[in-house]
Design a protein around this ligand. Sequence first.
Ligand SMILES: NC(=O)c1ccc[n+]([C@@H]2O[C@H](COP(=O)([O-])OP(=O)(O)OC[C@H]3O[C@@H](n4cnc5c(N)ncnc54)[C@H](OP(=O)(O)O)[C@@H]3O)[C@@H](O)[C@H]2O)c1
Length: 346
Amino acid sequence: MTVNRAFRLRRRPSGALASGDLELVDEPVADLEDGQALVRTLLLSLDPTNRIWMSDMRGYMPPVPLDDVMRGLGVGEVIASRRDDLPVGALVTGWTGWQELCVADDARLDAPFSVLPDPLPGPMTAFLGALGHTGITAYIGVDLGRVQEGDTVVVSAAAGAVGSIAGQLAKARGARVVGVAGGPEKARHVVQVLGFDECVDHRAPDWREQLDAATPDGIDVDFENVGGAIMDHVLMRLNVGARVVLCGMISQYNASGHGTDWAGQVNIGQLIMQRATMEGFLVLDHVDRFEEAIGALAGLLAAGRLHYAETVLEDGLAGAPDALAALFAGTNTGKLVLRVAEGMAR
Ligand SMILES: NC(=O)c1ccc[n+]([C@@H]2O[C@H](COP(=O)([O-])OP(=O)(O)OC[C@H]3O[C@@H](n4cnc5c(N)ncnc54)[C@H](OP(=O)(O)O)[C@@H]3O)[C@@H](O)[C@H]2O)c1
């Protein structure tokens, strides 16, 4: 009998994810039917949105139903198959979920997988980061912000998966790019390795003064990943005609209530004063541009014009809840990935 290990969502978290919200269970896997393949999860992507999916806030996807396997993106390999498009040995990316084994079955909503190229044009981890959904998010967001030469662009969570790529893409368009990141080490990384012009340490008591000093000519584009107080200060520095690209608001994802006990962005009125626009976007709405985005990102990587960092945790599936917490504590630099299993030698 084949046995799967999976995290099932038992309770909706209140605040930060707590023990008891998820349960790690061992369960048998049924024999494959025609049209199914069995995928072993090798890498699991940890994303701030995982926390949104656990809650029943009004979201962009239905919440993970209680007692279901936790939803998640990953890279896996096909280890048994009764479908021609997913042969044994193929590396795939898609909705693996927080589990060691996943049945790929197109008849199920969460099952489509894409087969990765063979040989892989980059490290497997990159297909969850710079060449995966976070890199594509950065590419789409910078485009929506209409970043141009001479703009001052601020990117929050600048040392993270999306922010690190967004800032470099804005720089490649000729903008002056200022990052916001937590701690002096990350701020150094953002400037010295990623090539941003400056980086504000939001953990320093004088971060507002740092941001003012780094944006003497105001802000033309805000690539917003964090929300809350950082976004509020950025709003006060917007120039006339500025664009706020609302990619994420991680500072709010652990908040309870979502709309009932949060004062909101105090300075939102600056959008009126400065005739600025704010556009929220979801990478999932831009599937038609994925190929273009991956091509552009791969080209920049191959030319040595794009750098990315990643934090790969080697804790196996059991480490997933702690790994998610790391995103909120900010202990990751670059894309956060959990290695669930070693793949077959290729
Ligand atoms: N719209 C879309 O389609 C889309 C797609 C992917 C991701 N996103 C959003 O993009 C944002 C970044 O995601 P990611 O995957 O690239 O994660 P990430 O930036 O790699 O990791 C999250 C980072 O956020 C920072 N952070 C966490 N809590 C914070 C707080 N309270 N105040 C300030 N900074 C905080 C931490 O960095 P520091 O140590 O620097 O504080 C942490 O490392 C998230 O908001 C996510 O929801 C949106």
